[in-house]
Design a protein around this ligand. Sequence first.
Ligand code: HEM
Length: 537
Amino acid sequence: DKNDQANGNYKLQDLEQNREDSTEQFLTTNQGVRINDNQNSLKAGERGATLLEDFILREKITHFDHERIPERIVHARGAGAHGYFQVYESMAKYTKAKFLQDPSVKTPVFVRFSTVAGSRGSTDLARDIRGFAVKFYTEEGNYDLVGNNAPVFFIQDAMKFPDLVHSVKPEPHNEIPQAAAAHDTFWDFVSLMPESMHAIFWAMSDRAIPRSFRMMEGFGVHTFRFINEEGKSHFVKFHWKPLLGLHSVLWDEATRISGKDPDFHRRDLWDAIEAGVYPEYEFGVQIIAEEDEHKFEFDLLDPTKIIPEELVPVQRIGKMILNRNPDNFFAETEQIAFHPGHIVPGIDFTNDPLLQGRLFSYLDTQLSRLGGPNFHEIPINRPIAPIHNNQRDSQMRQMINKGRVSYDPNSLGGGCPFQAMMTEGGFHSYEERIDARKVRARSESFRDHFTQPALFYHSQSEAEKKHMIDAFSFELGKVEMVAIRQRMVNMLTQIDKDLANKVAANLGLTAQNPEQPINHSFGADTDPNKVQPTDKR
Ligand code: HEM
């Protein structure tokens, strides 16, 4: 009801119908039959074989046998929490999204923080990017902001995502190393991919070993669009700023914590919320007028670039508070399904080629991870906005659709839903003008890979710079093939010679300016090298 909505409790109330408390209840089978003996199977005599007839044993073991589902292909290790979001003042000038209009409305959220590379049971303190995924249960449907704690990504085009992930995951022959970037395949790949350098610099900085999920920033990474009531578009970059500020641990601390308590971040988040010390993050936006799309030295569609805050300040437009732990890790944190394609009227995509690929990937993977197309009915994924459509059937269907009509248009009526006009909240994609050739290509405006990592490096304090030199030296020191180490320190000369020389010296190498930095991303026909990576060694 309205009161729940005003208190940001709406989603928690919605979940109530699925919560189960077995205190002082009889033990039963899944068919509701009370169980009289949960200690012994049914046997032919006290010392005899167990009988196939034992439906209670069979049901219990069968359910247990199927408890596990596939872990996420990336971001498998995570922790989640409930909370709510409130906007400070109406953003109607830029967006018609309802949850960004009224400061009195508390929109329920569920947030999942994660590492990227490690498996479900890996340590929290790995040197890695952190996922920062927020599901807003808005009255117009679910909006997911599926971000990271770094504002840039390793690749510019979704075409490269399986390669990136295959390089960073444990090596396939021996599944080593768990949750670490310190190995040959990762550095082999990134040293052949100059576009990864900006994200690599973030990954080698203190940002990649946060002190707490409560003390890290979040970023939407891609440029998105805000669309207002008049249909006007502004470009927007999304930020989360933790009110506790940004804090990291030292690498030595990270390795020690990993040994003593691999659940360090998960426990910290849980304990803070249990103690009533609720994590808070301000929501920030950088807004760029449509006319200014080309006024920057980089391309707004390039996910390896930030918009420096000096050029476009971050306006803080609202606050998110995480105030309740999940009741059940599996039902909520594991089964939640985020998707960058879950948007609401007032928000839209851009042509960022990484974002465009993500729009395909998430639903596709969740179909197998969560066992078919009805996972939107799982309580944690179910919107608080009502669902009415002609989709039917498949595994695990919960909804009982009435009537004989499940197609549109129809003249038989009988419970068939109808389209909403835009004034009634119907989603209408932004009508971007397109006049183009169909090409498999990378825009020349994506070519500068070194200015921004240099900008990032030079923004660090002396102590932080030293941490980065140490991180590069440590990680590359684990790489067995000297040719890969050499190629990587050569690449670093393109960003900062002093950094490159220091890392090279720590590795017993001399950094050399590569005559032609390798860049395969612009295709064989435009690559000045026209040399396959394997020929380079
Ligand atoms: C999770 C694909 C880039 C943030 C995932 C998952 C897939 C995926 C398949 C697992 C989802 C699931 O099983 O529910 C991709 C592809 C990318 C890409 C194909 C590029 C082409 C990014 C970028 C970001 C990001 C740029 C950050 C802006 C996340 C987060 C999760 C995730 C936070 C974990 C969500 C959760 O907590 O459940 N991604 N991803 N990904 N991705 Fe991406």
